[in-house]
Design a protein around this ligand. Structure first.
Ligand SMILES: Cc1cc2nc3c(=O)[nH]c(=O)nc-3n(C[C@H](O)[C@H](O)[C@H](O)COP(=O)(O)OP(=O)(O)OC[C@H]3O[C@@H](n4cnc5c(N)ncnc54)[C@H](O)[C@@H]3O)c2cc1C
Length: 217
């Protein structure tokens, strides 16, 4: 696995970083940083430092750019097409435009969990702009991901150190898998709905309990 960055997986704090690094190592995967891709061949990748790695299958995540309609709308986005907003998700120049999710230019990771948080804020701001009522929730982004790792294993990470917080936790094992399975099942059987807030808030309390008492590392 290679990354052009100085640090691989830089959106989390030291504790999650160390936990994930050791899990990756345990899988026999070597991580190389500061590797800038120069080319992809049928059986190799080459780097700008002149190095070449053999490869059977190459998977590359390209740099993000916005959807064409955002690029093609003058004054809407920044140089990559992403929409600049304040933390109420309101456009810096146009108070009647709100943006949430991957299309937003705020310096926050492009994650579903953060997209949903931003969408809640944008919806409240829109409602307030139209009706003059309601409170806009504060912007408290956090990195929250659960990665299935085969069988009944999964790894959950929860971290807000990038945003000045002190939460930086990893949960690895069947409990993390059960949480992912529960979310996936709800999402699938409701054809794409998020669990209701009451469940989500309950889930936060469950997670706090798990992290405090079980095998959070
Ligand atoms: C491989 C992969 C794995 C990921 N894993 C995770 C994960 O484990 N956890 C996590 O939190 N996040 C994950 N993410 C990130 C997450 O998927 C995104 O952050 C999230 O989907 C962003 O939501 P969004 O609504 O902003 O954008 P999107 O989900 O991209 O929705 C944008 C929508 O706009 C539509 N659209 C585009 N152009 C037009 C147009 N001209 N007119 C009308 N509609 C248009 C698109 O079709 C799309 O449906 C992953 C992303 C990828 C690619």
């Amino acid at each position: 696995m290679f990354s052009p960055g100085e640090i691989f997986f830089e959106d989390v704090g030291r504790r999650v970083h160390a936990d994930v690094e050791s899990l990756i190592e345990a899988c026999g995967i070597e991580v190389a940083t500061k590797k800038v891709l120069a080319g992809v061949g049928a059986d190799h990748v080459s780097f700008s430092d002149g190095g070449t790695w053999e490869s059977d299958v190459t998977i590359v995540l390209p740099a993000y750019i916005a959807h064409p309609f955002m690029m093609d709308s003058p004054g809407l986005g920044d140089e990559r097409g992403f929409i600049p907003t304040d933390e109420a998700m309101c456009h810096l120049d146009f108070p009647n435009i709100f943006a949430a999710g991957d299309g937003n230019a705020l310096a926050q990771p492009k994650l579903g969990h953060i997209a949903v948080h931003q969408a809640d804020i944008a919806a409240a701001g829109l409602y307030r702009a139209i009706t003059g009522h309601g409170e806009i929730p504060p912007c408290h982004p956090e990195v929250f991901c659960v990665a299935n790792r085969g069988g009944s294993n999964a790894t959950l990470i929860l971290s807000n150190t990038l945003f000045g917080g002190n939460v930086d936790l990893t949960l690895d094992g069947p409990v993390a898998h059960l949480l992912k399975w529960s979310f996936d099942s709800y999402y699938f059987y409701t054809r794409g709905h998020m669990p209701p807030d009451v469940l989500a808030n309950g889930m936060e309390r469950v997670l706090e309990g798990i992290f405090n008492r079980v095998d959070a590392r």
